[in-house]
Design a protein around this ligand. Structure first.
Ligand SMILES: CC(C)(COP(=O)(O)OP(=O)(O)OC[C@H]1O[C@@H](n2cnc3c(N)ncnc32)[C@H](O)[C@@H]1OP(=O)(O)O)[C@@H](O)C(=O)NCCC(=O)NCCS
Length: 289
């Protein structure tokens, strides 16, 4: 019998609301994206088709830990939650080892030092990490547009220019997918997309220097062309988007920034964003599978 057999039992599909409450307690302690405690989010992980899930309950019936594995494309991904009040009892180790019985990738929405140490101990390496940052829109710094630069809005006749600015700005980012305009707008434009908060920076000669695109409560992407960097265009675009969102009644703006992008993270911090938490994926080396 493994530790998990002693501590955990299979989790019923109707336990999703309890998993969401557990996720909310973890997010309150560890930080991270509030959305990760939503029932849709937890259902996709803890009640996934073709997946398995286990839970540990305290005598009073509170779900104090949960773990799940699910097929994700060509791999199997595991995830686990341990109530902040129930840590130090071996639940995390047992949950991780149960997950690693089937999964090669572990994902977390709020990485803690303890979890990182545990993943390292089991030979997993971090394959992806991004910080979730938040701006409360209370004090948006006054960042003037660089001399001669003006802003243009998202409109049918500027979409192709936004796309060209996206390609120029993100081309050097690791994993850049080089989407064509249809793929990019297909990914970007949904019910939450906010055209009035999405802007293009244009210089006096009419050349586009950068862009920002936003969804409801989200700064989705900001980028400047390599030649235009370090002149305050990124800061001006970001603050202009925050101001547009605030003027429309938004109370916060969130964004994700990869931990391999310190220039962008510094810029956001300087403009008043704070880190809510870190999302991460850890992968088992192929040699250990
Ligand atoms: C992150 C990014 C948008 C910043 O745009 P930017 O127009 O250079 O931003 P700013 O000029 O307002 O500020 C950049 C900061 O980078 C530094 N910087 C200075 N010179 C720089 C240069 N030549 N190139 C890049 N950064 C420079 C400075 O710290 C500067 O801050 P400062 O105003 O205190 O000097 C831009 O680097 C970019 O498009 N990167 C690729 C796409 C990307 O990663 N987007 C963010 C995804 S989350």
């Amino acid at each position: 019998m493994t530790d998990a057999d002693a501590l955990f039992a299979p989790l019923a599909a109707d336990a999703v609301p309890a998993v969401s409450r557990l996720a909310a307690r973890c997010l309150a302690a560890d930080g991270g994206l509030p959305l990760a405690a939503g029932e849709g989010f937890t259902a996709r992980r803890y009640a996934a088709e073709g997946g398995l899930a286990i839970g540990a309950y305290d005598p009073d019936g509170t779900l104090v830990a949960a773990a799940a594995i699910r097929p994700t494309g060509g791999t199997v991904t595991g995830t686990a939650l341990v109530d902040p009040a129930a840590r130090g009892r071996g639940l995390g180790v047992a949950a991780l080892d149960w997950c690693l019985g089937g999964a090669d990738v572990m994902e977390t929405e709020s990485l803690t030092d303890g979890a990182a140490a545990l993943f390292a101990d089991r030979g997993l390496t971090m394959s992806f990490a991004e910080d979730v940052m938040r701006h409360d829109l209370k004090e948006i710094p006054d960042v003037p547009l660089p001399a001669g630069v003006r802003l243009a809005g998202w409109a049918p006749d500027t979409v192709s220019r936004f796309h060209a600015a996206y390609r120029a700005a993100f081309a050097e980012r690791p994993g850049f997918p080089d989407w064509d305009q249809e793929q990019w707008t297909g990914w970007l434009v949904d019910d939450d997309f906010r055209p009035p908060w999405s802007l293009l920076a244009v210089d006096a000669s009419g050349a586009d220097l950068g862009f920002v695109v936003c969804g409801d409560g989200w700064l989705v992407q900001v980028g400047t062309t390599p030649a235009a960097r370090g002149r305050g265009v990124g800061a001006a675009l970001t603050t202009a988007a925050l101001r547009a969102a605030a003027a429309d009644g938004a109370s916060e703006m969130l964004l994700d920034v990869n931990v391999d992008n310190p220039v962008a993270a510094d810029l956001y911090r300087r403009l008043g964003f704070t880190v809510l938490g870190r999302r991460a994926r850890f992968t088992r080396p192929a040699s250990a599978r």
